[in-house]
Design a protein around this ligand. Structure first.
Ligand code: ZN
Length: 139
């Protein structure tokens, strides 16, 4: 059985969201379909669709936010790889039991109507992973 069903999106850390949106619009030939702030994470996100794939641009809203820190350390670029899962709590429990280091103990409300959980890059060969599950309409 597959647990991580597909790559749901790639997250890209950018310094200037408006400039990056213009650039990715020129690159992809299509504009963003959504811009959304996630206050708890200190980010503004912008989502693009291209074919079956999604790109999430992330700009920090505060100087000490996780995106600002990532850019300070490594510059702009790929910040995380997000995988879709069918049951985020079950996957979190499975991965925790397997020794992966989860960055949140409970699913958090992320951008684009998702429950999310991040996995520390220390436990995944240097790649920050995001698990995400669409939030059902009732929740
Ligand atoms: Zn993401």
């Amino acid at each position: 059985m597959e647990h991580l069903l597909r790559i749901e999106h790639l997250g890209i850390a950018v310094k200037d969201l408006a400039a990056a949106e213009a650039l990715y619009t020129a690159l992809l030939g299509v504009g963003p379909y959504k811009r959304e702030a996630v206050e708890s994470e200190g980010v503004i996100t912008s989502f693009f669709r291209t074919g079956p794939n999604k790109i999430e641009l992330l700009e920090s809203t505060r100087p000490d936010g996780p995106i600002a820190k990532a850019i300070e350390k490594r510059g702009e670029g790929i910040h995380h790889v997000a995988f879709e899962v069918a049951d985020i709590r079950a996957e979190m429990a499975r991965l925790k039991a397997a020794g992966f280091q989860l960055l949140n103990e409970e699913p958090k409300r992320g951008a684009d109507n998702k429950w999310v959980c991040f996995i520390h890059p220390k436990s995944t060969n240097g790649v920050l992973l995001e698990l995400c599950q669409e939030i059902p309409a009732a929740e």
